[in-house]
Design a protein around this ligand. Structure first.
Ligand code: HAM
Length: 443
């Protein structure tokens, strides 16, 4: 009685806004994405790395840059109540991977190709494709200076998008941000230019005028587009070596038939980039159209206290890729498991189920819902609904005779109703009969 009162007083607790559950119905799509992604990552020789979800706040302020949207207003930061440390839920993966590489001296025996997958946290205004907890799959290639590595990581994106069936709906934009002195010269001229138009700037751009004027060029405000178009272009300030790098990348992309567009206004929202930046964009997801973003960040390792080493990488938003797969109707069928075991005697059935699982078959064992044994008819209904390929039926007579009834519920490609045969099989032969049937159905 008291318990009921407590529950009523507390009310229903819901998930935090912008943070989603992955439900069993979504799991098939997630598993499909992960399977394809892992195959692609393997094909390019990348090794997995995982870093903690919580890091020292300083890692991100130092790594991503103080004057970025993420650091200024989107980080979930808090003080550890026990020791006063300033901590942050990671808003992205690159800074943490770089920290781990420095901390464990991972580059001691040469460059590394790494990948990671996990949740990230940004306190953004939630909308379709933009969440406060979302997942990134990312790669970081550390220790490679040439444009061949920029091309490799972009090619990986193409292969992944292609293998997922999504390549037709996305396009690649690239840009070159040059090196710090080139950006400094451009910045000086850009500020002078923007000052001339100061009376026309919006609040956001005025605020960024001196702190991060490059981001003014990235504004979404349509009224500022004329100013943006007339602004000094970074490409005109690039050194010969930056241009050579950029041209090298373009030549490699062309040689590999990767279509791209140069977008001189692409600057990205994180401060660690130099030379190449790129995004894969779709028009099919509304406002949140960037599915993959990345680039080169050669200065970051030294900035984080490590030895100077070049690096580049990208991260994709898993939820955005899954939304695209759903939009394009590329959701795979839930395959169901091999066997649903129907019975009236849990002790015999459980032993058989374990024996079957040991041979590699997947088995759902019927379990009582209300403590009573359900009729065979109602168990068979459950078997059908489970999408299992076979029902194995264990009645009292069968147990006595050492046999079971084996019923085919669907073809191995998931087609229900096409089969429906049933036969008596000796328990000792059950695995062979099922495996033979699966093999012959695939032939
Ligand atoms: P980013 O552009 O901030 O780059 O994020 C990469 C991708 O994560 C975006 O293109 C988008 O698909 C997804 N994403 C970002 N924010 C959200 C959100 N609030 N909700 C859903 N999806 C989101 C980075 O994070 C860099 N660390 C990428 C990188 C790796 N650069 C070099 N290496």
């Amino acid at each position: 009685m008291n318990e009921d009162k407590d529950v009523a007083a507390c009310g229903k607790v819901t998930a935090v806004r912008g943070m989603n559950d992955m439900l069993p119905t979504d799991a098939v799509l997630w598993a499909h994405f992960e399977r394809v992604a892992r195959m692609v990552l393997r094909a390019y020789g990348y090794q997995q790395i995982a870093t903690p979800i919580v890091e020292q706040t300083q890692l991100f302020t130092q790594g991503i840059g103080e004057v970025t949207d993420i650091v200024e207003k989107e980080m979930y930061s808090f003080e550890d109540r026990l020791n006063g440390e300033q901590l942050t839920l990671r808003p992205e993966g690159t800074a943490a991977v770089v920290r781990a590489c420095i901390e464990h001296n991972l580059l001691y025996d040469g460059p590394k190709r790494l990948w990671y997958l996990g949740p990230m946290f940004r306190h953004e205004r939630p909308q379709r494709g933009r969440y406060r907890q979302f997942h990134q799959l990312g790669v970081e290639a550390l220790g490679f200076a040439g444009p061949d590595m920029d091309a490799e990581i972009i090619l990986m994106c193409q292969r992944l998008l292609d293998d997922l069936g999504l390549i037709g709906g996305v396009r690649l934009e690239i840009n070159c941000l040059g090196e710090a002195p080139e950006r400094a010269a451009h910045r000086q001229d850009l500020i002078a230019y923007l000052e001339q138009h100061r009376h026309l700037l919006d609040a956001e751009s005025t605020r960024r005028l001196y702190s991060n004027p490059l981001r003014v060029l990235d504004t979404k405000n349509p009224e500022l587009q004329a100013i943006v178009i007339g602004a000094p272009k970074l490409i005109d300030y690039l050194s010969e070596s930056s241009l050579r790098h950029f041209e090298g990348l373009q030549a490699l992309l062309k040689a590999n038939n990767v279509p791209f567009k140069i977008n001189p206004r692409l600057v990205r929202g994180l401060d660690y980039y130099n030379l190449t930046v790129f995004e894969w964009i779709t028009d099919k997801l509304g406002a949140q159209g960037t599915v993959i973003g990345g680039g080169r960040y050669d200065p970051l390792l030294a900035r984080m206290g490590g030895k100077n080493a070049p690096a580049c990488g990208w991260a994709l938003g898993v939820e955005r890729i899954l939304a695209l797969l759903t939009e394009e109707k590329l959701v795979p069928e839930d395959e169901g498991c091999d066997i649903y075991l129907v019975h009236h005697d849990a002790s015999h059935a459980m032993v058989l189920a374990e024996r079957l699982r040991q041979t590699g078959l997947d088995v759902i064992l019927h379990c009582s819902v209300d403590g009573a044994i359900a009729s065979f008819k109602s168990q068979m209904k459950k078997a059908d609904a489970s999408r299992a390929a076979y029902a194995v039926i264990m009645g009292a007579d069968e147990i006595a005779g050492g046999t079971v009834e084996l019923k085919s519920l669907r073809t191995p490609d998931g087609n229900a109703g096409k089969r429906g045969w049933q036969k008596t099989v000796a328990i000792a032969d059950l695995v062979d009969v099922i495996l033979d049937d699966i093999t012959s159905a695939h032939d």
